[in-house]
Design a protein around this ligand. Structure first.
Ligand SMILES: Cc1cc2nc3c(=O)[nH]c(=O)nc-3n(C[C@H](O)[C@H](O)[C@H](O)COP(=O)(O)OP(=O)(O)OC[C@H]3O[C@@H](n4cnc5c(N)ncnc54)[C@H](O)[C@@H]3O)c2cc1C
Length: 378
């Protein structure tokens, strides 16, 4: 039996991969709901390829909104710096709730496995004499003996600490806790904002120490918005400070239909070891990718597609090490690019002006050369 922990996008997708392999599944959903991030995610070509491999590409496309271009704009002047036409390439937004419910439906159709709602607190690895099996202990007093655990239990779950903290030290806690960035995010009915915001584009506005992303969901019925800024600037006047800079964004200022929620964006280190014995990581537990390249959920889907292939391999230890090696190498590249992008987008002062000038000069070819490698990574 294979256990999967976590009921976020990564856990649901990994559980589906186990069921698609006709393996008995123990699904440990976690006693708290998945990260409270309403709204949507942008999924690029690599995420869509993974959804196809999991057999749910068409069903997901039916719920998705195609985005025709990524427009990079100057927050101060509203000028378009670069516009990357996406043509027929797969780039679309999807609501998180739709994606989760689609994965749940497919899991149920595949038998669902045995599901419990609890948090893992411990795991004890048995030796070769006991088939290298794993005892999993949960906070409701449960104990389960499984062949392997795919820990997709997020940044603060059991898995990340078990795999990386084998000296008893949780390195995430010891690491610098935060670069002091936060996201102000909202999903608003399109009728509550000017029509511009519901057009089928991803708009990325680059400002001084802040950037703002918005794109439509549900065919333009809703608009997903995220402004990323320094925590110290998320005060009562943040809307005036950033949206007040140009006449398009100022239409959002103090719109009481938009209910903004603040999400801290702490930085977490990336470790390229994804496996300890019969435990492997998936999703944010393995790769806390800064959201600047919109790749965290997409890479979680690619994790699941990789598991789908590797779990078909005869020997479980070979399958787990093959998966961990393949994915940790591929994600390392994405993580570096996303971390660099987050620094570029956070620039202020003259550096921000130089950045915007450079993007204006480089235009779509520069954006394409930066993103093509990310979107191809699978
Ligand atoms: C502002 C923002 C915008 C983003 N935009 C995009 C985007 O456009 N495109 C994209 O691809 N990605 C995007 N992302 C990233 C994406 O949201 C995440 O990568 C993804 O949601 C992570 O899913 P997950 O399942 O790994 O983790 P989570 O959603 O955190 O789920 C973790 C699960 O583990 C469970 N759990 C916790 N502890 C335990 C335990 N001890 N035992 C068992 N279970 C446990 C929890 O209950 C939960 O169910 C964005 C992120 C942010 C912050």
């Amino acid at each position: 039996m294979i256990a999967v922990s976590g009921s976020g996008i990564a856990g649901l997708a990994a559980a589906l991969a186990v069921l698609r392999n006709q393996k008995p599944l123990l699904f440990i959903a976690g006693s708290k709901p998945a990260t409270d991030l309403p709204g949507g995610v942008q999924i690029a070509a690599n995420g869509w390829a993974a959804l196809d491999q999991l057999g749910i590409g068409d069903a997901a496309r039916a719920r998705a909104t195609n985005l025709q271009a990524i427009n990079v704009r100057n927050m101060r002047s509203a000028a378009t710096l670069a516009s990357l036409e996406l043509g027929t390439s797969a780039y679309a937004s999807l609501s998180r709730a739709d994606l989760a419910s689609l994965l749940e439906t497919e899991m149920a159709a595949g038998g669902g496995g045995h599901r419990i709602t609890a948090n893992i607190t411990h795991a004890i690895q048995r030796g070769p004499d006991h088939g290298k099996r794993l005892d999993i202990i949960t906070d409701d007093g449960g104990a389960y003996c499984v062949d392997a655990l795919i820990a997709a239990d997020g940044l603060r779950g059991f898995g990340r600490n078990y795999v990386h903290g084998n000296d008893g030290v949780n390195r995430d806690v010891a690491a610098p806790p935060s670069a002091g960035r936060v996201a102000m995010r909202a999903v608003v009915q399109a009728a509550s904002v000017p029509r511009f915001f519901a057009q089928p584009y991803c708009n990325l506005w680059l400002g001084q120490g802040a950037h703002f992303v918005h794109y439509p969901l549900h065919g333009g019925a809703e608009v997903n918005m995220v402004l990323t800024l320094n925590a110290a600037n998320a005060d009562d006047s943040w809307q005036d400070r950033y949206f007040g800079q140009n006449e398009i964004l100022s239409l959002l200022c103090r719109n009481t239909d938009i209910k903004w929620a603040k999400t801290p964006l702490p930085l977490h280190p990336y470790y390229d070891c994804w496996r300890r014995g019969r435990v492997v990581l998936a999703g944010d537990a393995a790769h806390p990718i800064p959201p600047n390249l919109a790749q965290g959920a997409g890479q979680s889907l690619v994790d699941a597609a990789s598991l789908l292939r590797w779990l078909d391999v005869d020997h479980l230890d070979n399958a787990l090490s093959g998966y961990a090696r393949e994915r940790s190498e591929a994600v390392g590249v994405i993580f570096k690019k996303a971390s660099f992008s987050s620094k570029i987008m956070a620039l202020g002062g003259a550096a921000a002006t130089a950045r915007s000038t450079l993007i204006g000069l480089g235009g779509a070819p520069m954006l394409n050369s930066w993103l093509a490698e990310v979107w191809a990574a699978a």
